[in-house]
Design a protein around this ligand. Sequence first.
Ligand code: NAD
Length: 478
Amino acid sequence: MQQTQELELIDSRLEDIFLIQKQQAIKLRNSTASQRIALLKRLLEWINKNQEDIRKAVHADYQKPYPEIDVTEIFPVLIEINHAIKHLEHWMKPKKVGTPLIFLGTKAYVQYEPKGVSLIIAPWNYAFNLAVGPLVSAVAAGCPVIIKPSEMTPHTSALLRRMMAEIFDTHTVEVIEGGVEISQMLLSKPFDHIFFTGSPAVGKIVMKAAAEHLTSVTLELGGKSPVLILDDADLKDTADKITATKFLNCGQTCIAPDYILIPERLKDAFVEEMKKSIEKMYGSNKNGIEGSKDYSRIVNESHFKRIQHILSDANLKGAKIEFGGNSNGQENYIEPTILSHVTWEMKVLQEEIFGPILPVVTYDNLDGAIMIVNQQPKPLAFYVFSKNYKKINAIFNETSSGAALANDCAVHFLHRELPFGGVNNSGLGKSHGHFGFLAFSNEKAVLKQRVGSAAVNPLFPPFTLVKKKLVKGILKWL
Ligand code: NAD
Protein backbone atom coordinates (compact mmCIF):
# COMPACT_ATOMS: atom_id res chain seq x y z
CA MET A 1 0.00 0.00 0.00
CA GLN A 2 2.75 2.36 1.09
CA GLN A 3 4.75 1.38 -2.00
CA THR A 4 1.79 2.15 -4.28
CA GLN A 5 1.42 5.57 -2.68
CA GLU A 6 5.14 6.22 -3.12
CA LEU A 7 4.97 5.24 -6.77
CA GLU A 8 1.96 7.50 -7.31
CA LEU A 9 3.88 10.36 -5.76
CA ILE A 10 6.88 9.73 -8.01
CA ASP A 11 4.62 9.51 -11.04
CA SER A 12 2.96 12.81 -10.24
CA ARG A 13 6.41 14.43 -9.78
CA LEU A 14 7.49 13.03 -13.14
CA GLU A 15 4.31 14.36 -14.71
CA ASP A 16 5.09 17.84 -13.31
CA ILE A 17 8.65 17.75 -14.67
CA PHE A 18 7.39 16.51 -18.01
CA LEU A 19 4.84 19.33 -18.30
CA ILE A 20 7.42 21.98 -17.39
CA GLN A 21 9.77 20.51 -20.00
CA LYS A 22 6.98 20.73 -22.58
CA GLN A 23 6.89 24.51 -21.98
CA GLN A 24 10.67 24.62 -22.02
CA ALA A 25 10.67 22.79 -25.38
CA ILE A 26 8.63 25.58 -26.95
CA LYS A 27 11.09 28.18 -25.64
CA LEU A 28 14.07 26.18 -26.87
CA ARG A 29 12.54 25.74 -30.32
CA ASN A 30 13.78 29.16 -31.28
CA SER A 31 17.18 28.93 -29.61
CA THR A 32 20.10 30.08 -31.71
CA ALA A 33 23.32 28.22 -32.49
CA SER A 34 25.26 30.49 -30.18
CA GLN A 35 22.87 29.86 -27.27
CA ARG A 36 23.19 26.10 -27.73
CA ILE A 37 26.96 26.35 -28.15
CA ALA A 38 27.10 28.28 -24.86
CA LEU A 39 25.37 25.34 -23.15
CA LEU A 40 27.75 22.87 -24.79
CA LYS A 41 30.70 24.95 -23.58
CA ARG A 42 29.34 24.84 -20.04
CA LEU A 43 29.12 21.08 -20.34
CA LEU A 44 32.71 20.95 -21.60
CA GLU A 45 33.96 23.21 -18.83
CA TRP A 46 32.22 21.19 -16.14
CA ILE A 47 33.72 17.93 -17.40
CA ASN A 48 37.20 19.41 -17.62
CA LYS A 49 36.95 20.80 -14.10
CA ASN A 50 35.50 17.65 -12.58
CA GLN A 51 37.50 14.91 -14.31
CA GLU A 52 38.73 13.50 -11.02
CA ASP A 53 35.16 13.26 -9.66
CA ILE A 54 34.07 11.46 -12.83
CA ARG A 55 36.93 8.96 -12.45
CA LYS A 56 36.11 8.37 -8.78
CA ALA A 57 32.39 7.83 -9.44
CA VAL A 58 32.83 5.44 -12.36
CA HIS A 59 35.59 3.55 -10.55
CA ALA A 60 33.42 3.20 -7.44
CA ASP A 61 30.75 1.46 -9.49
CA TYR A 62 32.87 -1.50 -10.67
CA GLN A 63 36.56 -0.79 -10.30
CA LYS A 64 37.04 0.38 -13.83
CA PRO A 65 40.70 1.42 -14.23
CA TYR A 66 41.31 5.19 -14.38
CA PRO A 67 43.10 5.16 -17.77
CA GLU A 68 40.19 3.17 -19.21
CA ILE A 69 37.77 5.75 -17.79
CA ASP A 70 39.76 8.51 -19.48
CA VAL A 71 39.75 6.77 -22.85
CA THR A 72 36.25 5.29 -22.91
CA GLU A 73 34.12 7.63 -20.77
CA ILE A 74 35.65 11.12 -20.80
CA PHE A 75 37.46 11.28 -24.15
CA PRO A 76 34.47 10.21 -26.36
CA VAL A 77 32.23 12.79 -24.66
CA LEU A 78 34.78 15.58 -25.04
CA ILE A 79 35.22 14.87 -28.76
CA GLU A 80 31.44 14.71 -29.18
CA ILE A 81 31.07 18.16 -27.57
CA ASN A 82 33.95 19.71 -29.52
CA HIS A 83 32.63 18.29 -32.78
CA ALA A 84 29.14 19.68 -32.11
CA ILE A 85 30.50 23.12 -31.13
CA LYS A 86 32.52 23.23 -34.36
CA HIS A 87 29.71 22.17 -36.70
CA LEU A 88 26.46 23.20 -35.02
CA GLU A 89 25.94 26.42 -36.92
CA HIS A 90 26.26 24.56 -40.21
CA TRP A 91 24.02 21.68 -39.06
CA MET A 92 21.27 24.12 -37.97
CA LYS A 93 21.27 26.13 -41.20
CA PRO A 94 18.20 25.36 -43.32
CA LYS A 95 19.29 23.32 -46.37
CA LYS A 96 17.99 24.74 -49.63
CA VAL A 97 16.72 22.12 -52.06
CA GLY A 98 16.44 22.26 -55.87
CA THR A 99 13.27 23.40 -57.64
CA PRO A 100 11.56 20.86 -59.94
CA LEU A 101 9.94 22.40 -63.03
CA ILE A 102 6.38 22.12 -61.64
CA PHE A 103 7.45 24.13 -58.60
CA LEU A 104 8.86 27.02 -60.58
CA GLY A 105 8.44 30.20 -58.61
CA THR A 106 8.52 28.51 -55.20
CA LYS A 107 11.24 28.32 -52.57
CA ALA A 108 11.83 25.15 -50.57
CA TYR A 109 14.22 24.06 -47.87
CA VAL A 110 14.67 21.63 -45.01
CA GLN A 111 14.49 23.21 -41.58
CA TYR A 112 15.92 21.40 -38.54
CA GLU A 113 13.56 21.93 -35.64
CA PRO A 114 14.12 20.33 -32.23
CA LYS A 115 11.88 17.30 -31.76
CA GLY A 116 11.06 18.42 -28.21
CA VAL A 117 11.04 16.73 -24.81
CA SER A 118 13.40 13.78 -25.02
CA LEU A 119 14.06 10.80 -22.81
CA ILE A 120 17.54 9.27 -22.67
CA ILE A 121 17.68 5.85 -21.05
CA ALA A 122 21.26 4.78 -20.43
CA PRO A 123 22.87 1.41 -19.67
CA TRP A 124 25.47 0.72 -16.98
CA ASN A 125 28.42 -0.40 -19.08
CA TYR A 126 29.66 3.08 -20.06
CA ALA A 127 27.43 4.86 -17.60
CA PHE A 128 28.88 8.35 -18.07
CA ASN A 129 29.64 8.26 -21.79
CA LEU A 130 26.31 6.74 -22.84
CA ALA A 131 24.25 9.22 -20.83
CA VAL A 132 26.21 12.38 -21.69
CA GLY A 133 27.04 11.50 -25.33
CA PRO A 134 23.37 11.47 -26.46
CA LEU A 135 22.72 14.50 -24.25
CA VAL A 136 25.25 16.48 -26.31
CA SER A 137 23.23 15.69 -29.46
CA ALA A 138 19.96 16.60 -27.72
CA VAL A 139 21.36 19.94 -26.50
CA ALA A 140 22.78 20.65 -29.96
CA ALA A 141 19.35 19.95 -31.45
CA GLY A 142 17.62 22.20 -28.87
CA CYS A 143 15.71 19.62 -26.82
CA PRO A 144 15.01 19.50 -23.08
CA VAL A 145 15.96 16.10 -21.68
CA ILE A 146 15.17 13.64 -18.95
CA ILE A 147 18.05 11.22 -18.38
CA LYS A 148 17.34 7.87 -16.73
CA PRO A 149 20.72 6.34 -15.89
CA SER A 150 21.12 2.69 -14.98
CA GLU A 151 20.29 1.63 -11.45
CA MET A 152 23.42 -0.55 -11.52
CA THR A 153 25.85 2.38 -11.43
CA PRO A 154 24.61 4.51 -8.48
CA HIS A 155 27.82 6.52 -8.05
CA THR A 156 27.83 7.64 -11.67
CA SER A 157 24.09 8.39 -11.51
CA ALA A 158 24.57 10.62 -8.46
CA LEU A 159 27.40 12.42 -10.25
CA LEU A 160 25.19 12.94 -13.32
CA ARG A 161 22.44 14.42 -11.15
CA ARG A 162 24.84 16.87 -9.55
CA MET A 163 26.42 17.68 -12.91
CA MET A 164 23.13 18.54 -14.64
CA ALA A 165 21.92 20.63 -11.67
CA GLU A 166 25.15 22.64 -11.78
CA ILE A 167 25.12 23.18 -15.55
CA PHE A 168 21.53 23.64 -16.65
CA ASP A 169 18.61 25.82 -15.54
CA THR A 170 16.04 23.96 -13.53
CA HIS A 171 14.17 21.39 -15.60
CA THR A 172 16.06 21.81 -18.91
CA VAL A 173 17.94 18.62 -18.16
CA GLU A 174 16.67 16.38 -15.35
CA VAL A 175 18.23 13.18 -14.07
CA ILE A 176 15.72 10.69 -12.75
CA GLU A 177 17.30 7.76 -10.96
CA GLY A 178 15.60 4.40 -10.60
CA GLY A 179 15.14 0.93 -11.99
CA VAL A 180 12.61 -0.80 -14.21
CA GLU A 181 9.51 0.66 -12.49
CA ILE A 182 10.69 4.25 -12.87
CA SER A 183 11.84 3.56 -16.41
CA GLN A 184 8.40 2.25 -17.32
CA MET A 185 6.69 5.20 -15.66
CA LEU A 186 8.78 7.50 -17.81
CA LEU A 187 8.05 5.43 -20.91
CA SER A 188 4.33 5.93 -20.38
CA LYS A 189 4.69 9.70 -21.03
CA PRO A 190 4.22 11.12 -24.52
CA PHE A 191 7.85 12.08 -25.15
CA ASP A 192 8.80 13.62 -28.48
CA HIS A 193 11.82 11.34 -28.79
CA ILE A 194 13.28 8.42 -26.86
CA PHE A 195 16.97 7.59 -27.13
CA PHE A 196 17.54 4.18 -25.57
CA THR A 197 20.83 2.34 -25.14
CA GLY A 198 20.60 -1.18 -23.81
CA SER A 199 19.75 -4.76 -24.65
CA PRO A 200 17.62 -5.84 -27.63
CA ALA A 201 15.09 -7.40 -25.19
CA VAL A 202 14.48 -4.09 -23.37
CA GLY A 203 14.70 -2.25 -26.71
CA LYS A 204 11.52 -4.09 -27.74
CA ILE A 205 9.76 -2.97 -24.52
CA VAL A 206 10.83 0.62 -25.19
CA MET A 207 9.62 0.49 -28.78
CA LYS A 208 6.23 -0.93 -27.74
CA ALA A 209 5.79 1.83 -25.13
CA ALA A 210 6.84 4.46 -27.68
CA ALA A 211 4.30 3.10 -30.17
CA GLU A 212 1.47 4.09 -27.75
CA HIS A 213 2.27 7.76 -28.48
CA LEU A 214 3.95 7.23 -31.87
CA THR A 215 7.09 8.63 -30.29
CA SER A 216 10.17 8.34 -32.46
CA VAL A 217 12.97 6.18 -31.10
CA THR A 218 16.68 5.72 -31.44
CA LEU A 219 17.57 2.26 -30.20
CA GLU A 220 21.25 1.59 -29.58
CA LEU A 221 21.20 -2.12 -28.84
CA GLY A 222 23.64 -5.00 -28.53
CA GLY A 223 24.09 -8.51 -29.81
CA LYS A 224 26.93 -10.69 -31.03
CA SER A 225 29.57 -8.87 -33.09
CA PRO A 226 31.61 -11.47 -35.01
CA VAL A 227 35.26 -11.39 -36.01
CA LEU A 228 36.07 -13.14 -39.27
CA ILE A 229 39.75 -13.96 -39.69
CA LEU A 230 40.88 -14.88 -43.21
CA ASP A 231 43.77 -17.22 -44.00
CA ASP A 232 46.19 -14.38 -44.86
CA ALA A 233 45.63 -12.35 -41.66
CA ASP A 234 48.56 -11.14 -39.58
CA LEU A 235 47.77 -13.17 -36.46
CA LYS A 236 49.89 -11.16 -34.04
CA ASP A 237 48.38 -7.82 -35.07
CA THR A 238 44.90 -9.42 -35.08
CA ALA A 239 45.34 -10.93 -31.61
CA ASP A 240 46.57 -7.64 -30.11
CA LYS A 241 43.58 -5.74 -31.48
CA ILE A 242 41.08 -8.39 -30.40
CA THR A 243 42.58 -8.64 -26.91
CA ALA A 244 42.53 -4.88 -26.35
CA THR A 245 38.88 -4.50 -27.40
CA LYS A 246 37.45 -7.80 -26.14
CA PHE A 247 38.76 -7.47 -22.57
CA LEU A 248 38.29 -3.70 -22.31
CA ASN A 249 35.76 -3.03 -19.54
CA CYS A 250 36.01 -6.77 -18.75
CA GLY A 251 34.22 -7.65 -22.00
CA GLN A 252 31.20 -5.49 -21.12
CA THR A 253 31.18 -3.48 -24.34
CA CYS A 254 28.37 -3.49 -26.90
CA ILE A 255 30.83 -3.58 -29.81
CA ALA A 256 33.28 -6.02 -28.23
CA PRO A 257 34.29 -8.90 -30.50
CA ASP A 258 31.82 -11.58 -29.39
CA TYR A 259 33.09 -14.67 -31.21
CA ILE A 260 35.85 -15.58 -33.66
CA LEU A 261 35.52 -17.34 -37.00
CA ILE A 262 38.89 -18.68 -38.16
CA PRO A 263 40.18 -21.30 -40.61
CA GLU A 264 40.71 -24.60 -38.74
CA ARG A 265 44.40 -24.72 -39.69
CA LEU A 266 45.09 -21.30 -38.07
CA LYS A 267 43.24 -21.89 -34.81
CA ASP A 268 46.15 -23.09 -32.67
CA ALA A 269 48.50 -20.37 -33.88
CA PHE A 270 45.81 -17.73 -33.23
CA VAL A 271 45.13 -19.03 -29.71
CA GLU A 272 48.87 -18.89 -29.00
CA GLU A 273 49.01 -15.26 -30.18
CA MET A 274 45.97 -14.43 -28.04
CA LYS A 275 47.64 -15.92 -24.95
CA LYS A 276 50.74 -13.82 -25.60
CA SER A 277 48.65 -10.66 -26.09
CA ILE A 278 46.64 -11.24 -22.89
CA GLU A 279 49.82 -11.88 -20.89
CA LYS A 280 51.43 -8.80 -22.40
CA MET A 281 48.46 -6.49 -21.70
CA TYR A 282 47.17 -7.77 -18.36
CA GLY A 283 49.42 -10.39 -16.86
CA SER A 284 52.78 -8.76 -16.61
CA ASN A 285 52.69 -8.05 -12.88
CA LYS A 286 53.51 -10.55 -10.14
CA ASN A 287 49.91 -11.00 -9.03
CA GLY A 288 48.79 -12.04 -12.51
CA ILE A 289 45.72 -10.74 -14.33
CA GLU A 290 43.63 -10.53 -11.13
CA GLY A 291 46.18 -8.12 -9.73
CA SER A 292 46.34 -6.02 -12.89
CA LYS A 293 45.28 -2.41 -12.36
CA ASP A 294 44.28 -2.31 -16.02
CA TYR A 295 41.61 -5.01 -15.82
CA SER A 296 38.02 -4.22 -14.69
CA ARG A 297 35.45 -6.32 -12.90
CA ILE A 298 32.00 -7.60 -13.79
CA VAL A 299 29.43 -4.98 -12.78
CA ASN A 300 27.58 -7.03 -10.13
CA GLU A 301 26.88 -10.47 -8.74
CA SER A 302 23.93 -11.17 -10.99
CA HIS A 303 25.99 -10.53 -14.15
CA PHE A 304 28.88 -12.50 -12.61
CA LYS A 305 26.54 -15.48 -12.17
CA ARG A 306 25.11 -15.05 -15.68
CA ILE A 307 28.58 -15.26 -17.24
CA GLN A 308 29.59 -18.18 -15.00
CA HIS A 309 26.47 -19.96 -16.20
CA ILE A 310 27.44 -19.37 -19.86
CA LEU A 311 30.87 -20.81 -19.08
CA SER A 312 29.61 -23.89 -17.23
CA ASP A 313 27.06 -24.56 -19.97
CA ALA A 314 29.90 -24.53 -22.54
CA ASN A 315 32.03 -26.78 -20.31
CA LEU A 316 29.22 -29.27 -19.84
CA LYS A 317 28.59 -29.43 -23.58
CA GLY A 318 32.23 -30.15 -24.41
CA ALA A 319 33.99 -26.81 -24.94
CA LYS A 320 37.72 -26.70 -24.24
CA ILE A 321 39.22 -23.91 -22.15
CA GLU A 322 42.30 -22.81 -24.09
CA PHE A 323 43.12 -20.01 -21.67
CA GLY A 324 41.75 -18.65 -18.41
CA GLY A 325 38.57 -19.96 -16.86
CA ASN A 326 39.35 -18.75 -13.33
CA SER A 327 37.18 -16.42 -11.32
CA ASN A 328 36.71 -14.88 -7.90
CA GLY A 329 33.09 -14.38 -6.88
CA GLN A 330 33.97 -12.09 -3.99
CA GLU A 331 35.36 -9.56 -6.41
CA ASN A 332 33.22 -10.32 -9.47
CA TYR A 333 36.49 -11.13 -11.21
CA ILE A 334 36.47 -13.34 -14.28
CA GLU A 335 39.73 -14.10 -16.03
CA PRO A 336 40.03 -13.48 -19.77
CA THR A 337 38.94 -16.85 -21.14
CA ILE A 338 39.33 -18.41 -24.58
CA LEU A 339 37.14 -21.35 -25.56
CA SER A 340 37.49 -23.75 -28.50
CA HIS A 341 35.39 -26.79 -29.53
CA VAL A 342 32.28 -24.65 -29.18
CA THR A 343 28.97 -25.51 -30.88
CA TRP A 344 25.84 -23.52 -31.71
CA GLU A 345 23.90 -25.45 -29.04
CA MET A 346 25.93 -23.66 -26.38
CA LYS A 347 24.74 -20.44 -24.72
CA VAL A 348 28.14 -18.91 -25.46
CA LEU A 349 27.19 -18.87 -29.15
CA GLN A 350 23.50 -18.15 -28.65
CA GLU A 351 23.49 -15.20 -26.26
CA GLU A 352 25.38 -11.92 -26.24
CA ILE A 353 28.30 -12.80 -23.91
CA PHE A 354 28.95 -9.32 -22.49
CA GLY A 355 31.88 -10.63 -20.48
CA PRO A 356 35.51 -11.71 -20.94
CA ILE A 357 34.85 -15.03 -22.68
CA LEU A 358 35.94 -15.47 -26.27
CA PRO A 359 34.67 -18.51 -28.18
CA VAL A 360 36.69 -19.53 -31.24
CA VAL A 361 34.71 -21.18 -34.04
CA THR A 362 36.63 -22.81 -36.89
CA TYR A 363 35.56 -22.94 -40.53
CA ASP A 364 36.58 -24.97 -43.58
CA ASN A 365 35.58 -22.55 -46.32
CA LEU A 366 34.95 -18.82 -46.40
CA ASP A 367 31.45 -19.11 -47.89
CA GLY A 368 30.42 -21.23 -44.93
CA ALA A 369 31.79 -18.62 -42.52
CA ILE A 370 29.91 -15.83 -44.30
CA MET A 371 26.77 -17.93 -44.16
CA ILE A 372 27.16 -18.22 -40.37
CA VAL A 373 27.28 -14.42 -40.08
CA ASN A 374 24.25 -14.06 -42.32
CA GLN A 375 22.26 -16.65 -40.37
CA GLN A 376 22.61 -14.70 -37.11
CA PRO A 377 20.68 -11.51 -36.28
CA LYS A 378 22.40 -8.54 -37.94
CA PRO A 379 25.25 -7.47 -35.64
CA LEU A 380 26.12 -4.04 -34.28
CA ALA A 381 29.62 -4.44 -35.73
CA PHE A 382 31.41 -6.92 -37.95
CA TYR A 383 35.20 -7.23 -38.00
CA VAL A 384 37.26 -8.81 -40.79
CA PHE A 385 41.00 -9.38 -40.59
CA SER A 386 42.91 -9.91 -43.85
CA LYS A 387 45.52 -8.23 -46.03
CA ASN A 388 43.29 -8.69 -49.06
CA TYR A 389 41.08 -5.57 -49.22
CA LYS A 390 39.35 -6.84 -52.35
CA LYS A 391 38.14 -9.87 -50.44
CA ILE A 392 37.19 -7.67 -47.48
CA ASN A 393 35.09 -5.45 -49.77
CA ALA A 394 33.31 -8.48 -51.19
CA ILE A 395 32.57 -9.77 -47.66
CA PHE A 396 31.25 -6.36 -46.56
CA ASN A 397 28.95 -6.37 -49.60
CA GLU A 398 27.62 -9.84 -48.79
CA THR A 399 26.80 -9.11 -45.15
CA SER A 400 24.73 -6.60 -43.16
CA SER A 401 25.82 -4.96 -39.91
CA GLY A 402 25.67 -1.60 -38.11
CA ALA A 403 29.38 -1.11 -38.81
CA ALA A 404 32.00 -3.04 -40.75
CA LEU A 405 35.69 -2.71 -39.87
CA ALA A 406 38.72 -4.09 -41.66
CA ASN A 407 41.72 -5.02 -39.50
CA ASP A 408 40.47 -3.39 -36.33
CA CYS A 409 37.72 -3.65 -33.74
CA ALA A 410 35.51 -1.11 -31.96
CA VAL A 411 37.54 2.02 -32.81
CA HIS A 412 34.79 3.38 -35.07
CA PHE A 413 33.02 4.50 -31.89
CA LEU A 414 35.49 7.38 -31.75
CA HIS A 415 35.01 8.50 -35.38
CA ARG A 416 32.64 11.48 -35.28
CA GLU A 417 32.09 11.63 -39.06
CA LEU A 418 30.64 8.10 -39.06
CA PRO A 419 27.12 7.15 -37.93
CA PHE A 420 27.08 4.86 -34.91
CA GLY A 421 24.30 2.33 -34.47
CA GLY A 422 22.92 -1.04 -35.38
CA VAL A 423 20.52 -2.56 -37.83
CA ASN A 424 17.32 -4.44 -36.89
CA ASN A 425 18.17 -6.57 -33.82
CA SER A 426 21.25 -4.46 -33.02
CA GLY A 427 19.47 -1.13 -33.26
CA LEU A 428 17.42 1.46 -35.02
CA GLY A 429 18.56 4.96 -35.92
CA LYS A 430 22.04 6.40 -35.58
CA SER A 431 24.00 8.54 -33.16
CA HIS A 432 27.21 10.61 -32.93
CA GLY A 433 28.06 13.94 -34.52
CA HIS A 434 25.68 15.09 -37.22
CA PHE A 435 23.75 11.81 -37.05
CA GLY A 436 23.08 12.39 -33.35
CA PHE A 437 21.90 15.94 -34.08
CA LEU A 438 19.52 14.54 -36.71
CA ALA A 439 18.18 11.92 -34.27
CA PHE A 440 16.84 14.72 -32.04
CA SER A 441 15.71 16.95 -34.93
CA ASN A 442 12.61 16.98 -37.06
CA GLU A 443 13.61 17.57 -40.66
CA LYS A 444 10.75 19.88 -41.51
CA ALA A 445 9.92 20.41 -45.18
CA VAL A 446 9.26 24.08 -45.81
CA LEU A 447 7.79 25.31 -49.10
CA LYS A 448 7.01 28.94 -49.87
CA GLN A 449 4.57 29.50 -52.72
CA ARG A 450 3.85 32.77 -54.51
CA VAL A 451 0.66 34.59 -53.56
CA GLY A 452 -1.85 34.40 -56.42
CA SER A 453 -0.58 31.15 -57.93
CA ALA A 454 -3.92 29.36 -57.27
CA ALA A 455 -5.35 30.89 -60.44
CA VAL A 456 -2.95 28.98 -62.67
CA ASN A 457 -2.57 25.73 -60.73
CA PRO A 458 -3.42 22.81 -63.05
CA LEU A 459 -4.05 20.57 -60.00
CA PHE A 460 -7.11 22.57 -58.94
CA PRO A 461 -10.58 21.91 -60.39
CA PRO A 462 -12.32 22.73 -62.59
CA PHE A 463 -10.14 20.71 -64.97
CA THR A 464 -10.61 22.87 -68.03
CA LEU A 465 -9.41 21.82 -71.46
CA VAL A 466 -6.31 23.97 -71.06
CA LYS A 467 -5.45 22.39 -67.70
CA LYS A 468 -6.06 18.87 -69.05
CA LYS A 469 -3.73 19.57 -71.96
CA LEU A 470 -1.15 20.97 -69.62
CA VAL A 471 -1.25 17.87 -67.37
CA LYS A 472 -1.09 15.56 -70.41
CA GLY A 473 1.92 17.52 -71.66
CA ILE A 474 3.62 17.15 -68.29
CA LEU A 475 2.90 13.39 -68.16
CA LYS A 476 4.37 12.93 -71.65
CA TRP A 477 7.39 14.95 -70.75
CA LEU A 478 8.04 12.81 -67.64
P1 NAD B 1 19.37 -3.13 -20.20
O1 NAD B 1 18.60 -3.20 -21.46
O2 NAD B 1 19.12 -4.18 -19.18
O3 NAD B 1 19.09 -1.75 -19.43
C1 NAD B 1 19.23 -0.50 -20.07
C2 NAD B 1 18.36 0.53 -19.38
O4 NAD B 1 17.00 0.13 -19.50
C3 NAD B 1 18.64 0.73 -17.89
O5 NAD B 1 18.59 2.11 -17.59
C4 NAD B 1 17.50 -0.02 -17.21
O6 NAD B 1 17.11 0.55 -15.98
C5 NAD B 1 16.37 0.09 -18.22
N1 NAD B 1 15.49 -1.09 -18.20
C6 NAD B 1 15.84 -2.38 -17.94
N2 NAD B 1 14.77 -3.19 -18.01
C7 NAD B 1 13.73 -2.39 -18.34
C8 NAD B 1 12.34 -2.64 -18.58
N3 NAD B 1 11.82 -3.86 -18.47
N4 NAD B 1 11.55 -1.59 -18.90
C9 NAD B 1 12.05 -0.34 -19.00
N5 NAD B 1 13.35 -0.05 -18.78
C10 NAD B 1 14.18 -1.06 -18.46
O7 NAD B 1 20.90 -3.03 -20.63
P2 NAD B 1 22.18 -3.00 -19.72
O8 NAD B 1 22.32 -4.32 -19.04
O9 NAD B 1 22.19 -1.77 -18.89
O10 NAD B 1 23.32 -2.83 -20.84
C11 NAD B 1 23.80 -3.91 -21.58
C12 NAD B 1 23.15 -3.99 -22.94
O11 NAD B 1 23.24 -2.74 -23.59
C13 NAD B 1 23.90 -4.97 -23.86
O12 NAD B 1 22.98 -5.66 -24.65
C14 NAD B 1 24.75 -4.05 -24.72
O13 NAD B 1 25.15 -4.62 -25.94
C15 NAD B 1 23.84 -2.89 -24.88
N6 NAD B 1 24.59 -1.68 -25.20
C16 NAD B 1 24.45 -1.12 -26.43
C17 NAD B 1 25.20 0.00 -26.77
C18 NAD B 1 25.10 0.66 -28.11
O14 NAD B 1 25.58 1.79 -28.23
N7 NAD B 1 24.51 0.04 -29.11
C19 NAD B 1 26.06 0.56 -25.83
C20 NAD B 1 26.15 -0.04 -24.58
C21 NAD B 1 25.40 -1.15 -24.26
